[in-house]
Design a protein around this ligand. Sequence first.
Ligand code: SF4
Length: 434
Amino acid sequence: MKEIDGRGFRMESLGIYIHIPFCIRKCLYCDFLSFPKGRAQQALYFDALEKEILLSATGCGKYEVQSVFFGGGTPTAVMPEAIVRIMKALFDNFSFKDDAEITIECNPGTADLDALKAYRNAGINRLSIGLQSAKDDELKRLGRIHDREMFEECYRNAIKAGFENINVDLMSALPGQTLTDWEDNLKYVCTLDPAPCHISAYSLIIEEGTPFYELYGEDNENKDIAVSVNMQDGSEYCQNPRLPLPDEDTERQMYHRTEEILSSYGYRRYEISNYSAKGKECIHNLRYWQGGDYLGLGLGASSLMKNERYHNTSDFERYIETLNGDFSIGEAEGKDGAISLSAENQRLLDIREDVEPLDEKARMEEFMFLGLRLTAGVSANEFRSRFGKEIGEIYGGVIEGLREKNLLEWDGDTIRLSAEGLDVSNYCMAEFLL
Ligand code: SF4
């Protein structure tokens, strides 16, 4: 992903992910790195995050930022001023493309009109709203903090604040959900006025360590138990006992109806779970699937930079203390008593974990199984230019095997999963492990 800038320099393009780990309370299915924290802890976090931005920018001089994504957690659950401050730090320290896509994830009930205007004025131009369901009973069962009315208010305010590029997230296979319920949710979003230009439609996954795992995890199938979570103020929020999850057949029908319904409203599926109006694909997420460099900033954030993967610590105290803390005398002082740049950079290394240089084999595997998530597939020419080898030389047998099963198509330069292949994408992608 190289481009020539106006001065003739080769610029690499970059995506920046900013993790905001705070939520009002934990949803019952959530295993993301997120938790409730008070304002004082949040303030310390933003001090540390700003420091990480300043330090990271010094190593990114050759990059031009093409996209930023504020994810979480709930980025809109913090004071808008904190987000505005982070945007300023980014603009002050990185070069940006004029048309950079800058997204903030937003949960209904956490952003009013003034907050949405503040994000827009700060340069954020894309909003990703976590609706998940348009039915209040489903939302309650998920432990979400909002209802449909709050979503509608949020959506209206987003339009008023000037957001034109809006994604809405929906989640299928929810407890007690029927096929008709899911179809209603899809149609509800497609008929919003104006309609959002992007819809992400994922299935609920029951993750270990969540309250839902207590209800629905292995060996718990017949338990009749209630689960509870704590609110930010420590009070307990209780849920009803378990309702059955949709069976496999229903889940499969939901999956198929998603594409049928969304395409009938003009959305094009461009990734297994993502649909958009023409030209409104999420640039930031495309970068993940196409193997572009991205820098993750904030607690637990993952990066892929110059063929090296790593992530930041998930330890809140360690993140804050390392970035905000003083250096001990002698360890970091330069001759004139100033903290040296290399010592400052050491702080970045100290919050990094699992640094993994990607060898050629790992890069080829990722090129295939991330790229094949896209309906556009992967390019054989691109493979040759990245690795200096023909794709058939490395994957000829796998490609042929999947073609024979009608799971994959190879049309000139392009290799993509067929509709049947997308149905069993996990199986197909596993075949590309070398
Ligand atoms: S709002 Fe999102 S990140 Fe926060 S608890 Fe719910 S699912 Fe997790």
